[in-house]
Design a protein around this ligand. Structure first.
Ligand SMILES: [Fe+2]
Length: 510
C-alpha cells in the first residue's frame, strides 16, 4: 500500500468511516479490554477515544496478523440510551490492535460517554468531555497535573484520590513509564525487564495500563499528554531521527510507536502517517495549543524530541556553568527552532486571562551548591539557558499576563517566580511531585531552595499531584501529597498552596 493510501485508510479508520472489512470474527480467549479505555487531546468539537484489544498472551496472539473490527459508541448519558455517534474502526496488527477514534463535529463543552465492542465483549465505559469553544466565557477550570509514575516504585494510589477532586482535565507532563524496568517489588511482583525494542516498550505500557487506578483515571477524564525521557531512554536528547540506520534511532522509533499505540493521541500527531511511525521513525507531534474558553490557553510542549545534545556533560549531568561555553551558543536549544517559533507565535495569538505552559521539567534556575561554588543540571532548562531566556523575554515583549509554567521531572514539589535576565518578573511556575517516584536526594532540597531566591517553596519528601483551580480572578495551586505509595487507598493532604493574580506574575501564599 502506498503511503498516501495508507494514510487515507488510517484516517478513515480513525473517523469510523471505513467500510466494514472482511475480518473474520476474532477468537477471544479472554476479555480483550484488559487495558481499559482512555480519551484525550480534546478540542471544542472532537476528542480522541482510545482502547487496545489485547490477546490473552501477546506472545501467542491468535490475531497476530489479523485486522480486527471494533465497534464504538459515544453517548450523552452513561447508560448509552442517547447515542450521539457510533461506528466501527479497524484495529491493525501493526499497531498492536490499538485504536484512536476521532469523532468530529461534537457539541462544545459537553460531557460524553464512550465504549467499545469486539465480538460479545464490551469495554468499560469511559467518561470524557469536549472543550468549551475558544471564545466562550468560562468562570472556572479545574485541572490536575501529574508526572513520573514508576510502577516498581509504588502503587498509583494518588489517582484514587485525584479522581475524588472532580477535575475537568488531567495533564501528564512526562515519565509515563520508566524504560529501565524494575526489580520485583510489592507493587510489581513480577518485575519488569528494561525496554529497548517494540515488544519491550509495549510490555511496559501493558503492565502500567493493567493498573486499575490508572485505568480509572483515564476512563474518568480526558488527558493532555506530553513525554519526558523515560518513555524512550534516560536523559536522551532528541534531534531529528533521520531514518532508522542506528541502533538508538531504531530504539527511539520503537518507543515512539509504543507511545502512540497506548495514548489517546490524534492522527495529526503522525506527521507522515503510519509509514512515518513504523518504518521511518519520524516525528511524533505532541506540542500544540488548547483553549479553555476565554479563560485559559494551554500550550503543551515537547521538551525531548527536538533538543540539542547536552552541552558539556559532566558527572551525573552536573556541570559548572562558568566552565561550559557551549551553553551560551544561540543554536543550543531545548525546544528546537520550529517548536520555539510556534510557541512564541502561539503565546501572542492565543493570549487569554491565563496562559499555561505545560512542559516537562523546571524552568526556574536551580543552582545546586557544590564545593565553594555551584553546579547546574545539564538535562534541565538550566542546560539550555539561551532558549529559556528567549522564552521569558518573549513573554515580557508580548506582555503576556497570567503566564504559568507547569512541570515535573524532579520528583519534588517546587513553586517559583520567573524573571527575565534583566530581572523583570514575567511568570510563575509550579513543579509537581511524582505519582510514585521520590526525590533522589531529598536531604539536599532545603539547601538548593536557599540557593535560589526565585524559588519560594520546595519539598523533596512527597509523592502526589498538583491541583489547579483557575478563575478570572486568581489561579490557585494545591500540592496534594499521599501518605503512602504502598497502597491504592492512600491518605491525602495539601502540603502547600499558592495563588497568583493574572495582573501580577508573583506567587502569593494561599
Ligand atoms: Fe521522572
Amino acid at each position: 500500500m502506498k503511503r498516501r493510501q495508507l494514510l487515507a485508510a488510517l484516517t478513515a479508520a480513525s473517523l469510523g468511516r471505513l467500510a466494514v472489512a472482511s475480518t473474520a470474527a476474532p477468537r477471544l480467549e479472554a476479555y480483550p479490554f484488559q487495558l481499559g479505555v482512555a480519551s484525550g487531546s480534546p478540542t471544542d468539537s472532537s476528542v480522541v477515544l482510545w482502547t487496545r484489544a489485547l490477546p490473552l498472551n501477546p506472545l501467542n496472539n491468535p490475531w497476530a496478523t489479523q485486522t480486527l473490527e471494533l465497534r464504538w459508541e459515544l453517548a450523552t448519558d452513561p447508560g448509552f440510551t442517547q447515542l450521539l455517534r457510533q461506528g466501527s474502526v479497524q484495529a491493525l496488527p501493526m499497531l498492536a490492535h490499538s485504536v484512536h477514534v476521532e469523532p468530529q463535529g461534537l457539541p462544545a463543552d459537553t460531557v460524553l460517554y464512550y465504549r467499545f465492542m469486539l465480538g460479545d465483549a464490551v469495554s468499560p465505559a469511559g467518561r470524557t468531555r469536549t472543550l468549551p469553544a475558544p471564545d466562550q466565557p468560562k468562570d472556572r477550570l479545574h485541572l490536575a497535573f501529574a508526572s513520573c509514575q514508576r510502577l516498581g516504585a509504588g502503587h498509583f494510589g494518588a489517582y484514587t484520590r485525584l479522581l475524588e477532586e472532580d477535575v475537568d482535565l488531567i495533564a501528564f507532563v512526562g515519565d509515563y513509564i520508566y524504560e529501565s524496568g524494575a526489580y520485583p517489588s510489592a507493587a510489581l511482583p513480577q518485575g519488569l525487564l528494561p525496554a529497548s525494542d517494540l515488544y519491550g516498550y509495549r510490555l511496559h505500557y501493558e503492565t502500567h495500563k493493567r493498573e486499575p487506578t490508572l485505568q480509572a483515571a483515564h476512563a474518568a477524564v480526558p488527558w493532555l499528554l506530553t513525554w519526558d525521557d523515560h518513555e524512550v531512554m534516560n536523559d536522551y536528547a532528541g534531534g531529528p531521527l533521520r531514518g532508522l540506520t542506528s541502533r538508538d534511532a531504531r530504539r527511539r522509533a520503537a518507543a515512539y510507536q509504543a507511545y502512540y499505540e497506548h495514548m489517546p493521541l490524534p492522527l495529526a500527531s503522525l506527521q507522515r502517517g503510519l509509514l512515518g511511525l513504523t518504518e521511518q521513525g519520524e516525528e511524533l507531534r505532541l506540542y500544540g495549543h488548547r483553549a479553555w474558553g476565554r479563560l485559559a490557553s494551554l500550550h503543551l510542549l515537547d521538551c525531548r524530541q527536538y533538543r540539542s545534545p547536552h552541552a558539556c556533560r559532566g558527572l551525573a549531568s552536573l556541570i559548572d556553568p562558568d566552565d561550559c561555553k557551549a551553553l551560551r551558543s544561540p543554536e543550543h536549544s531545548l525546544l528546537g527552532a520550529a517548536q520555539a517559533r510556534w510557541l512564541h507565535d502561539s503565546l501572542g495569538q492565543q493570549a487569554r486571562t491565563w496562559n499555561l505552559i505545560l512542559q516537562t521539567t523546571m524552568v526556574a534556575p536551580r543552582r545546586i551548591p557544590f564545593g565553594g561554588g555551584h553546579r547546574i543540571w545539564a538535562d534541565g532548562w538550566d542546560g539550555y539557558p539561551q532558549d529559556r531566556e528567549r522564552l521569558l523575554e518573549a513573554l515580557r515583549a508580548q506582555q503576556i499576563g497570567g503566564a504559568v509554567f507547569l512541570g515535573g521531572d524532579l520528583h519534588e514539589n517546587w513553586a517559583n517566580d520567573l524573571q527575565t535576565a534583566e530581572g523583570q518578573p514575567v511568570a510563575t511556575e509550579f513543579v509537581g511531585a511524582g505519582i510514585t517516584m521520590k526525590s533522589f536526594f531529598p536531604s539536599r532540597t532545603p539547601g538548593i531552595l536557599a540557593a535560589n531566591p526565585l524559588s519560594r517553596y520546595a519539598s523533596g519528601n512527597d509523592c502526589g499531584y498538583a491541583l489547579l483551580e483557575l478563575t478570572p480572578q486568581q489561579l490557585r495551586c494545591d500540592f496534594r501529597v499521599v501518605d503512602s505509595v504502598a497502597t491504592n487507598e492512600p491518605g491525602i493532604r495539601t502540603a502547600a498552596s499558592f495563588v497568583v493574580s493574572p495582573q501580577s506574575p508573583r506567587l502569593l501564599g494561599a
